[in-house]
Ligand binder design. Structure first.
Ligand SMILES: Cc1cc2nc3c(=O)[nH]c(=O)nc-3n(C[C@H](O)[C@H](O)[C@H](O)COP(=O)(O)OP(=O)(O)OC[C@H]3O[C@@H](n4cnc5c(N)ncnc54)[C@H](O)[C@@H]3O)c2cc1C
Length: 479
């Protein structure tokens, strides 16, 4: 039996408060719901009159696909690029995320030390270079992504996490904050320590970022065909790749697959990621007086430090986005709209929100949503090729893809262009992660791993036998 934890079952919030706060939520991503498509482009159907043959076909219209298309054109403006998207641009993870733009390519330092210790310095540098190149691109194309250089306040809510915060502060050359100093920045009775990480973490508006990238792509001549689902891939007699879609065939010598946790067109890539659902709530806008009750003048993004962690942040209009903790793998391992809503998780998140900020017990939630992240066993993206180097794929960001998708895209282009670069030498481009067993084994195996992670949090962060054994094989479980 573990000790009671800040978010454990022993201290739930009054259920009437949870009921009231969730009574009027809209079941949709706040970002997608509140951001009109300024050009009305996403309502167009499949573009039957557009190009059917291109130099590069990109499949998938989230951040990975948009970055791939944009950078392909920047490298060679004469190259023709068509992007095929099954639904609409950024309707999936790229339109539903927390908007934490984190330079890390290793899913944080701790995971980096675990899996990529020998290359960690290089990967950190490449991550920071990518982060500043991303910011430059956003400025260059005049993208209003609501980029905020506010950093992230990493907090300890359990005694055993204080040592982790000390180590994080030392590794990043930042000041360790005790409970009082942390609560002076943002006031939660749960905070025991914190560190404000200021380099390489910003906040963005996820959908405005995607819309801006879309416009940048189109300004360079990328053709975007929405409502066009790729259904198969083969090599034709003349050596070019044929992408079969529900709107006919497309051909190109090179294809970049940016399909995240959706079924891959390359069979072996299908065993490298599973869709795990992450859920989030958004509050109504806080008044100045409500915000004043908890401080938070610096607008930092906040993350706590359990294996099952929460992330939260302010929007431009001072709503609080509160998400994470419950990583749900749905039986069958597919992405389905019916899985976007999970009342049990929303109740849990609301309960945790009021434990974190009991001062905000008069606040209601306006939006509740979920989305699939592409979990891989090393918790980072892998980038690889198929069909003799004519097809590249990048997936596996495991919930940290806002910035690293740009690197995934860039590495795919390097591989497709036959370039040997620092990116193609990264460990995640040289070696594929441990595969995930297919169903029906996947569901029970992932449930067991989830339970082990929850137990680790309850046991002062000490991993049990199963997690230690998984670690020995280079396998992680996280969002
Ligand atoms: C709730 C939530 C919170 C998150 N929070 C953060 C965060 O704060 N910070 C962070 O860094 N990351 C976060 N992430 C993760 C981040 O959103 C993703 O890593 C990132 O958006 C992945 O981008 P992508 O382009 O690879 O995938 P997606 O955005 O999922 O795009 C993939 C696209 O491919 C299309 N597609 C798939 N198959 C086909 C096909 N056969 N034919 C045509 N099109 C196809 C899909 O329709 C989809 O549009 C979060 C994710 C979720 C769900």
């Amino acid at each position: 039996m573990g000790v009671p934890t800040a978010y454990g079952p022993s201290t739930p919030v009054d259920s009437r408060l949870v009921d009231r706060s969730l009574a009027h939520v809209r079941p949709r991503s706040f970002w997608l719901d509140s951001t009109p498509d300024p050009d009305g482009t996403s309502s167009r159907g499949s573009d039957a009159s557009g190009l059917r043959h291109a130099d590069l076909i990109v499949v998938g219209g989230g951040y990975t696909g948009l970055w791939a298309a944009l950078q392909a054109k920047e490298r060679d403006p004469s190259r023709t690029v068509v992007l095929l998207e099954a639904v609409t641009i950024a309707w999936a993870a790229s339109g539903r995320n927390g908007g934490f733009c984190d330079a890390s390519l290793t899913h944080g330092d701790e995971n980096g030390k675990r899996h990529f210790a020998d290359d960690l310095d290089t990967l950190k540098r490449l991550g920071l270079e990518n982060f500043s190149a991303m910011r430059d691109t956003i400025e260059r194309y005049g993208i209003d992504a609501e980029w905020e250089d506010v950093g992230m306040l990493q907090v300890a809510t359990e005694p055993h996490q204080i040592a982790f915060i000390e180590e994080l502060a030392a590794d990043n050359g930042e000041v360790f904050l005790d409970a009082e100093a942390t609560r002076a920045l943002v006031d939660s009775p749960l905070y025991r320590a914190g560190v404000h990480l200021r380099e390489g973490i910003s906040l963005v508006h996820p959908v405005k970022l995607a819309q801006g990238l879309r416009r940048a792509c189109e300004s360079l001549g990328v053709e975007i065909h929405e409502h066009t689902r790729a259904t198969g891939l083969r090599r034709s007699g003349d050596g070019s790749m044929v992408v079969q879609t529900d709107a006919g065939e497309y051909t190109a010598p090179r294809v970049a697959l940016a399909t995240n946790g959706f079924r891959s067109l390359v069979r072996r890539a299908d065993f490298l990621v599973v869709p795990v659902y992450d859920y989030a709530l958004m509050t109504e806008p806080l008044s100045a007086e409500q915000l004043g009750r908890i401080g938070w003048q610096g607008r930092q993004g906040i993350g706590d430090s359990s294996r099952q962690f929460h992330y939260y942040r302010l929007s431009a209009d001072n709503r609080v986005l509160f998400g994470g903790y419950d990583a749900i793998y749905h039986r069958g391992g597919r992405i389905r709209n019916s899985q976007d809503q999970r009342p049990a998780t929303f109740r849990l998140l609301a309960d945790h929100f009021f434990r974190t900020f009991p001062q905000l017990d008069d606040v209601d939630f306006s939006h509740a949503w979920g989305g699939a992240i592409d979990m891989s066993t090393k918790l980072v993206a892998h980038i690889s090729t198929a069909y003799g180097g004519q097809v590249a794929y990048a997936a596996g960001y495991t919930g940290l893809g806002v910035a690293s998708t740009r690197v995934g895209a860039q590495t795919m282009l390097d591989l497709l262009d036959g370039r040997d670069t620092e990116l193609t030498q990264m460990p995640m481009a040289r070696k594929l992660p441990f595969p995930i067993p297919p169903e029906p084994i996947a569901y029970p195996a992932i449930q067991v791993a989830r339970a082990a992670v929850a137990r680790s949090d309850e046991n002062g962060g000490r991993d049990g036998l199963l997690l230690r054994a998984m670690g020995a094989f280079g396998i992680g479980f996280d969002t």
